[in-house]
Every structure is written in structure tokens, then in C-alpha cells.
Design a binder for this molecule. Structure first.
Ligand code: IVH
Length: 713
């Protein structure tokens, strides 16, 4: 026990199959050692290699082999060892990304080689023209091109010296940029060290792009909006802005990613020759990939002649939305570096490369009017009504403009020409008003002082940007609360839908949430468009929803700041929902992830007599206010087992299957890792299945086998 583990001498950052197996074995041994508290100082270097390997699996390959929890345990162990013995800390230790405190200034630094821009092209003719000039300059009949995505983020320049990341900078004016090394180190897809020396390279300057993927961007914007802060217009601004934040801990939270795509300079170690990899662009992308960087190695393609290049660019545009991050075009580069040097550059762009820009996702329109909508929490949101305009294949005529401060900050006026952007599947935004083309007839936007629906006075809390209608009987709020209650992630009452809720409310068939369960279907059947079949379906869906687990009901109530995760925490804390009546603010804050704001909101909800009456009514109507799972899970035969469902199951809905596993004591995981016991696969299972096949301990089963496990077959 307690022996230091030895690593094979052949370990390299390029992780061959054998090395991967070896590292995974070592990981398991370290995890075992950790649980018997016998990791020794001697293991520090090993821990570093193992952690780096798992960072690579997670951030570069997007294919983790261990769970986040296991990674964190090993990371904490390394931290502890380094704390006790600081001599073991090296600059490229995984712990050295973290930085506490605020950065004062970002010094201006000069790039080793100026960061040029790219010339743009928009269609096949432009590319044919580019190829003609390239052939003239090189006196060649056919040129070999390397084609790769044009990443839409903030550009960076990195210097590695003697294999260590020594500097990271923003583009700035192309000649000088801000030295933001501390923030760059927060990007886990950039290695802190890389074995350039294996290729004879002493110093290297690399170009790349920092991105925030669409899902993290949306999460970030949702967080901003929850706090009443206007969201950012696009992932590009979010990534570039994040790089300049003075708080590296905040940078780390935003989960930036980076692609590297160009080596702008390198010097060789004494006596070394230019490695063959660096004689072509595609070779340098491969070299970067092999050294642990995320380069477009998988996306790049090499073509002889421009025709195939054009085809690839056009094809890529069709599938651009399938990527998890934004790209705004393709970049076509002459592959041979000697030819690149021969062709040279202008003061603006290299002559050996060109960008093929995809169709714009920006467009201009006219701001015709502003309407004010009241949401379920009473927040009044201004919505810009626009002259309909196509942006990236979607017609936009209505855009939220968030709040009064946002309108002021952007100086929006009715009649303004406005620039609109729709980044991928992200909600469209107004980027700015085009003040230069104003006629003088534009009108200021006046924010209402009374609720546009119920005429109550609006209120704004200090430090909040949102005006609210605080009349909880306000018809707009009631309708929005019902819409939320029946929605898919809440009580999932199919066949209701926003339009029906509004219609039933307007006709007086539905007044409040309990009213859902006492709907008069005779009256509904007399309405146009309601056949017996749709009524039967609705009736069944309503009846099934009564059995939804408690956490769904809590989420469905639409209590401010209570998302699905907090709803689960709350559901697990009590035996009966009304137990919360007795909870103090302090007791609420003792629950996981419940801070003062959330606790205040829950307390407020359960102190309201009307809300209590509504919950009592719902219970009488047969809804589930008891935490049934608490009793069930104790004896569940899946206790301690973890599950994940993927693909379309033959008979069960995903949510039903998950609930079944949980009811029997099982736990649902969000991703495939060694922590997973069962992956239940349906039709069209994708990457999760592939990942699971690589982990021996994961059992891959069908729905049928799952039903047998839970005793339903
Ligand atoms: S090559 C001299 N490759 O696009 C080499 N640039 O609009 C010039 N960009 O400034 C850069 N993806 O920030 C190159 N695959 C890619 C790129 C890329 C995005 C950025 C880069 C450049 C800008 C020009």
C-alpha cells in the first residue's frame, strides 16, 4: 500500500491506444488510493499527467472517461499535495490555471508577427478569381488548398517557449494587443505545456479563436436575464468580452473554448531542421492536434483546384447549424508554406488565404412600434415590432428589447433603422440603432407607469432593471402562470398549448390553475375545432398529469428563481409540499444551492394564503403533494445504480423511463462516464452509445431489459 505508481517511459501527450489504456488503469488505481488516503507526494507528477490526460479527453475529444466528480477528487488531491509541498508545483500543473483576485491591467504587448486580417469572398465567382490570381502569382496550373471553418469568436495569439505557454494576447490593432495570459489559462482546451521540442521547435507563436459554444452562451444569457440584466447579442461578443474581464474566476465560469489554426512564427532549437510537418498548413494543423490542441484537424480538407473547394464550402454552409459553436464562413489557404511565402501579403491580408463568408445573419429593419408584455412574474417586457425581415433564413418581426435601461443604453427610437442579428439558433437581438440615418421624425419610447393589462401601478425594486405589475390577479400573469404550469418541462399536459389556455381563459372556461382539473368539457366540445378525439386526448393528458412527481409540480408553480434543479432539491427535502409553510428563511438556506434570493422567494410563496389555498385545492383534486419517492427509494431495488437513456425508446417516453428508474431508487446521470451503470438505448442512439461502448463497466441494455430490472416485465 502507498507505493508510488510508475508510468511507462513512452508516455507522450499524443495518447496512443496503449497509453490511453495505461492512463485509464493508473486513474483507477489513483482513485482507489484516494479512497484509502494513500496518495503520496511521489504521486504528484503522476496525478498531473493523469489530470492532463482527462482534460484532453474532456475538452479536446469531448469524450470523457471519468466523471466530473472523480476528476475533482483527483484534482483536489493534487492541490493538497502541492499545498503541503510547494516545491512540487510546476508552471504547467493543472492547478496553475486557477487565479484568485482581480487583475489590475492588461499590459500592451507586441505580436511577434502582425496579426493580419483575411480578404473576404461571398460566392463561387470570388473564389474562382482568388484561384486565378494565386495561379498567376505561383505560375502553377493547379494549387493545393486546405479548407477549414472560419470560427466566429475573438482572435488570440499564443506564445509557447521551451514547451510552456508563456503569453496569451488579444488581437488588438493587429500589431499590439492586450496581454491576457491569466484569462487564457482559464481555457481548458488550451494546454499549459506542449512538446514542441519533440519537433525541434524552441519558440512558437500560434493564432486561434476563442469561442463560447451556443449552449453555454444561452445559459449565460438566461442567467443575465434572470437578474434583469440585458443579454449579450451574440457568442462572439460574449467570448471577446470575457477575455478582457478582470476577474479570472469569472472567466473560468464562462467555459470558453479555443481553436488554433495558424502558426505565424517559430524558431528552432540548436542544430534542428525544419520539421516536415511545418512545411504545409495541413501538417501544422495535424502537429497542433497531436500536441494536444484543438485545431480543425477533423474539419479541414485538402483539395487540388478550386472547384472542389467551392463544393466543400457550399456543403459546409448547409450544415453550419449542426455545430455546437458559431462559424461565419470557411477559410481557404494555400497548403504549401513555401508557396505562401512566395505569394506574400498586403498590409491588410495574406495573398495566400481568403475567407468564404456564409450568408449574413445580420439584416437591417425598421422599428415600427413597441408593445409591452406582462410575464408570469409580472415583469413588463418591451417587445420591438419590426418591419418583417429575413435573417439567416428566418423571418423576424418581433424582438424582445428586455427593459427600460436597455432601450436607453441602445438609444432606440420608434422609426429607427435597426441592425438585427440572429446567431445560429440563438434568439434574435437588436445590435444597435443606425443613428446616422435618422430623419428627425423618430419618436422616443416611453415606458408605461401602469400595467398595460390590468392598469395597476408598476413597481421597480432598487437595483433591479425590471418594472413589475404586482397584482397577482392580473389576467396576463394568470394566463402566463397557467401556460407555464401545463408546459412540457412542468406538468406536461399535451394538447393544451398556449393558444388553448388563452382561448379558455378569454371564454371564462378557465380562471386559475386548479381550474385545469375541473374543466367543463361539454362547453369545450361546442367550440369550433374541438372534435371528440382532441377532447379525449386532453382529458387523458390532464388526468395523467395528476400523477406527476412532486418536483414537477413545484417547478410548474412558477415560483420566481425556482428552476428544475432547485425544484428537485426542494421536492427531496420534505415529506409533503405544505411542510414548507413551517420553514424559516434560515432553514431554506440550509438546502443545497439555495441562497438568500431563492430562499426569500420560496418563503414569500408559502406565506401567501391564496397560494396555500390553491395547493390544498390541487391536493383535493388528486395531485401529488406528497414526496412519494422518499418512501419508495428506501426499498427500491435500483438503489445505488445510475442510469442514462438515449435514443427513442420503443414504448416509454424519456421522462417516464427516468421517473421509473428514480422511483425504484436509481439515479439519472447527465452524461456517459465510468460512474454510469446502465445506458438504456433506443433507436437512433448516437454518441452516448459510442462512448459507453468504450467503458467496460457500463452495461448497455434495451428498454425491455430495463423494464425487467424495474419489475415491470
Ligand atoms: S487565418 C494570416 N483561419 O478571422 C492568417 N483566421 O476575418 C490569418 N479566423 O483575423 C488568419 N477562423 O481572427 C484564419 N480558420 C481560420 C480562422 C480565422 C477565424 C479569424 C481570424 C482573422 C479573422 C478574419
Amino acid at each position: 500500500m502507498g507505493e508510488a505508481l510508475t508510468l511507462p517511459a513512452t508516455i507522450s501527450i499524443m495518447y496512443s491506444k496503449d497509453t490511453t489504456k495505461e492512463l485509464q488503469k493508473l486513474t483507477n488505481e489513483l482513485i482507489k488510493k484516494k479512497s484509502s488516503a494513500s496518495i503520496k507526494d511521489k504521486d504528484a507528477w503522476l496525478l498531473k499527467d493523469v489530470l492532463r490526460f482527462h482534460e484532453y479527453r474532456y475538452y479536446i475529444l469531448n469524450d470523457p472517461l471519468i466523471s466530473d466528480f472523480e476528476y475533482d477528487q483527483l484534482y483536489k488531491e493534487l492541490e493538497k499535495i502541492e499545498n503541503d509541498n510547494p516545491a512540487l508545483i510546476t508552471a504547467d500543473s493543472p492547478t496553475q490555471r486557477v487565479a484568485k483576485g482581480l487583475t489590475k491591467d492588461f499590459p500592451t504587448v507586441q505580436h511577434l508577427v502582425p496579426m493580419l486580417s483575411l480578404n473576404n469572398s461571398y460566392n463561387a465567382d470570388d473564389l474562382i478569381d482568388f484561384d486565378r490570381k494565386a495561379r498567376e502569382l505561383t505560375s502553377l496550373d493547379k494549387i493545393e488548398y486546405c479548407v477549414e471553418p472560419k470560427f466566429d469568436g475573438g482572435s488570440i495569439s499564443l506564445i509557447y517557449e521551451n514547451d510552456l505557454l508563456s503569453r496569451g494576447a488579444t488581437r488588438g490593432d493587429g500589431v499590439e494587443g492586450d496581454q491576457v495570459t491569466i484569462n487564457i489559462k482559464q481555457i481548458r482546451s488550451l494546454p499549459l505545456s506542449a512538446k514542441f521540442s519533440d519537433f525541434g521547435v524552441q519558440q512558437v507563436e500560434i493564432r486561434g479563436e476563442v469561442l463560447i459554444n451556443k449552449s453555454n452562451f444561452m445559459k449565460y444569457n438566461e442567467g443575465l436575464m434572470e437578474q434583469g440584466i440585458p443579454p449579450l447579442a451574440n457568442p462572439r461578443n460574449a467570448a471577446a468580452g470575457t477575455l478582457r474581464l478582470k476577474d479570472p474566476a469569472e472567466v473560468a465560469k464562462r467555459n470558453l473554448e479555443a481553436f488554433v489554426y495558424h502558426i505565424s512564427y517559430y524558431s528552432l532549437l540548436k542544430g534542428k531542421k525544419i520539421p516536415v510537418e511545418l512545411t504545409t498548413h495541413s501538417g501544422s494543423l495535424k502537429l497542433l492536434w497531436d500536441l494536444g490542441f484543438r485545431s480543425p484537424e477533423k474539419e479541414k480538407k485538402i483539395f487540388k483546384g478550386i472547384d472542389a473547394v467551392i463544393k466543400y464550402c457550399e456543403q459546409f454552409e448547409i450544415t453550419r447549424d449542426n455545430l455546437p459553436y458559431e462559424i461565419d464562413g470557411m477559410v481557404i489557404k494555400v497548403n504549401d508554406i513555401a508557396l505562401q511565402e512566395k505569394m506574400g501579403m498586403t498590409s491588410h491580408h495574406p495573398r495566400w488565404a481568403i475567407a468564404f463568408k456564409f450568408k449574413a445573419r445580420q439584416a437591417t429593419s425598421k422599428l415600427l412600434n413597441v408593445e409591452f408584455q406582462v410575464g408570469r412574474t409580472g415583469a413588463v417586457t418591451p417587445v420591438a415590432k419590426l418591419e418583417p425581415v429575413a435573417v439567416g433564413g428566418v423571418t423576424v418581426s418581433s424582438i424582445s428589447i428586455h427593459n427600460e435601461d436597455y432601450i436607453k443604453e441602445k438609444d432606440l427610437r420608434i422609426g429607427d433603422a435597426v441592425l438585427i442579428e440572429r446567431a445560429g439558433d440563438v434568439i434574435p437581438q437588436i445590435v444597435k440603432s443606425l443613428a446616422d440615418v435618422r430623419t428627425g421624425h423618430e419618436k422616443k419610447i416611453h415606458f408605461p407607469k401602469i400595467c398595460p393589462v390590468c392598469n395597476s401601478k408598476l413597481f421597480k425594486e432598487e437595483e433591479e432593471a425590471v418594472w413589475r405589475c404586482i397584482n397577482i390577479e392580473c389576467p396576463a400573469q394568470v394566463v402566463e402562470r397557467i401556460i407555464h404550469f401545463v408546459s412540457k418541462d412542468a406538468m406536461d399536459i399535451r394538447g393544451f398549448g398556449d393558444a388553448n389556455v388563452r382561448k379558455f381563459y378569454e371564454l371564462g372556461f378557465l380562471k386559475d390553475i386548479p381550474g385545469i382539473y375541473t374543466l367543463d368539457f361539454n362547453s369545450i366540445s361546442s367550440m369550433e375545432g374541438f372534435g371528440q378525439k382532441s377532447i379525449d386526448n386532453l382529458q387523458t393528458a390532464i388526468s395523467i398529469s395528476k400523477k406527476q412527481p412532486l418536483h414537477r409540480l413545484i417547478y410548474a408553480l412558477g415560483i420566481r428563481f425556482i428552476g428544475e434543479t432547485t425544484a428537485k432539491t426542494l421536492a427531496q427535502a420534505v415529506n409533503h409540499l405544505l411542510d414548507f409553510k413551517k420553514y424559516s428563511l434560515e432553514e431554506l438556506q440550509n438546502l443545497e444551492d439555495v441562497g438568500p434570493k431563492v430562499a426569500g422567494s420560496i418563503h414569500h410563496f408559502f406565506s401567501n394564503k391564496g397560494n396555500i389555498k390553491m395547493l390544498e385545492e390541487l391536493e383535493k383534486l388528486g395531485l401529488q403533494l406528497k414526496n412519494e419517492k422518499k418512501e419508495l427509494t428506501k426499498g427500491g431495488n435500483l438503489t445505488g445504480q445510475t442510469f442514462l437513456f438515449t435514443g427513442t425508446l420503443p414504448t416509454l417516453k424519456r421522462s417516464e423511463a427516468e421517473a421509473m428508474a428514480e422511483e425504484n431508487g436509481g439515479q439519472i446521470l447527465s452524461g456517459v462516464s465510468a460512474k454510469l451503470n446502465y445506458l438504456v438505448v433506443g433507436e437512433d442512439a448516437g454518441s452516448k452509445l459510442e462512448k459507453a461502448k468504450k467503458i467496460n463497466t457500463v452495461k448497455i441494455i434495451s428498454e425491455d431489459e430495463f423494464l425487467q430490472l424495474v419489475g415491470k416485465k
